[in-house]
Design a protein around this ligand. Structure first.
Ligand SMILES: Cc1ncc(COP(=O)(O)O)c(C=O)c1O
Length: 376
């Protein structure tokens, strides 16, 4: 169904259209100069030596796990309150996702729960910066260093966010980004990995390109690989979006601030923090939480009421360990994740995109006020 006010909307200007059109006038639609340029601008935005572009954030997670040699018999600790690709990627490599609980304020992995989930088989932790809020890297890295675990930072929802003034995606052995159209920047579909390790970067480039090493010719494949390449069209779009990223993030800050002002008189509605100590939020989605007096049925009724008025909203996130696709994974459906389950019943993502006007934001919050019985 199409909504009067959609949940998300990409921000595409004439500059992007011209850049993509220019690629279409060339003879190189894959593995060309735009790929190099996109990787370079992305790496330099993060002040990192190596960026490797791939076809999606999911592909990035898959390759990150392969590059860290994680496989059958290994366990990887992940949040359940996140997008399913995080745990799925662990299963793609034959390893087992082990779910840890989240902090009730940041909605990111709780270091104490991560600690409690560690076993002799644990090889890595995937730290997700959920909804663009940086995870508590000091606490999490202290646990992973103590236990000699690899860290993958999943910054798919958090490009431009910073922790202790350091951009997310620059803390871990490997980090991942995603560019689906609902993200802060888009390439239509797409993803990226960052690393400081030249060997890992080479391996990632080979794995995304059917296992071809830099010295292999087109029909020589040194190891089992994948087609996770990103087209020149997508890379051209990505270059322009990285250029505009600071202004796009600033526009999102304003939309979040507008929602914050409009919702502050509604006591049952918990607003996401506009700022956190030592952190800069990069707004991916704007997710409200109904307070403890509300049930999941109240949240679903609110969602249905918004829908009747042509306003989209989303249940971000349904916990992964309770998904039908995880019913057969030993330990998943019975995992004790109290905060995850409590939060997931009451969260709702509101329409959120760069060009959401103050009038549209007011329309959304008036609809919420009406549905919850406040006078608008
Ligand atoms: C935290 C997180 N990880 C991974 C992904 C997967 O990215 P993609 O949809 O590009 O495969 C997403 C996508 O929404 C995400 O939110």
């Amino acid at each position: 169904m199409s909504y009067r006010i959609p949940l998300s909307s990409p921000d595409i200007t004439e500059a992007e259209i011209a850049a993509v059109t220019a690629v279409l006038r060339t003879n190189t639609l894959s593995l060309g100069r735009k790929l190099d340029e996109f990787e370079q601008v992305f790496a330099s935005f993060h002040n990192m030596p190596y960026a490797v572009a791939v076809s999606s954030g999911t592909a990035a997670l898959h390759l990150a796990l392969l590059a860290l040699n994680i496989g059958t018999g290994d366990e990887v600790i992940v949040p359940s309150f996140t997008f399913i690709a995080v745990a799925n990627a662990v299963r793609y490599v034959g390893a087992t996702p082990v779910f840890a609980d989240i902090d009730a304020d940041t909605l990111n992995l709780d270091a104490r729960s991560v600690s409690a989930a560690i076993t002799p088989r644990t090889k890595a932790v995937i730290v997700v910066h959920t909804f663009g809020v940086p995870a508590d890297m000091d606490a999490l890295l202290s646990v992973t260093r103590h236990h000699h675990l690899a860290v993958i930072e999943d910054a798919c929802e958090a490009i431009g966010a910073a922790y202790n003034e350091q951009l997310v995606g620059t803390f871990a052995d490997i980090s991942t980004f995603a560019f689906y159209p609902n993200k802060q920047m888009t390439t239509g579909e797409g993803g990226m990995l960052l690393t400081r390790d030249a060997g890992i970067a080479d391996r990632l480039r080979a794995l995304r390109n059917q296992g071809r090493y830099a010295t292999d010719d087109w029909l020589q494949h040194s190891e089992l690989g994948y087609n996770y390449r990103l087209s020149e069209l997508a890379c051209a779009l990505g270059v322009e979006q990285v250029r505009r990223l600071p202004s796009m993030l600033a526009a999102r800050d304003e939309v979040a601030a507008a929602y914050d002002r409009l919702l502050c008189g509604m006591p049952n509605v918990q607003r996401p923090p506009l700022s956190l100590p030592n952190s800069r939020v990069s707004w991916f989605v704007y997710v409200i939480r109904l307070d403890a007096t509300c049930t999941s049925a109240d949240r679903d009724q609110l969602m249905a009421s918004l829908k009747r008025q042509g306003i989209a909203s989303g249940r971000y996130f349904a916990p992964i360990h309770l998904q039908p696709a995880y019913a057969d994974l030993p330990g998943a459906p019975t995992a004790r994740l109290d905060v995850t389950e409590m939060v997931a019943q009451r969260t709702l993502a509101l329409p959120f995109f760069n060009k959401l006007s103050p009038e549209q934001a007011a329309e959304v919050t008036n609809a919420i006020a009406g549905a919850l019985g406040y006078s608008a």
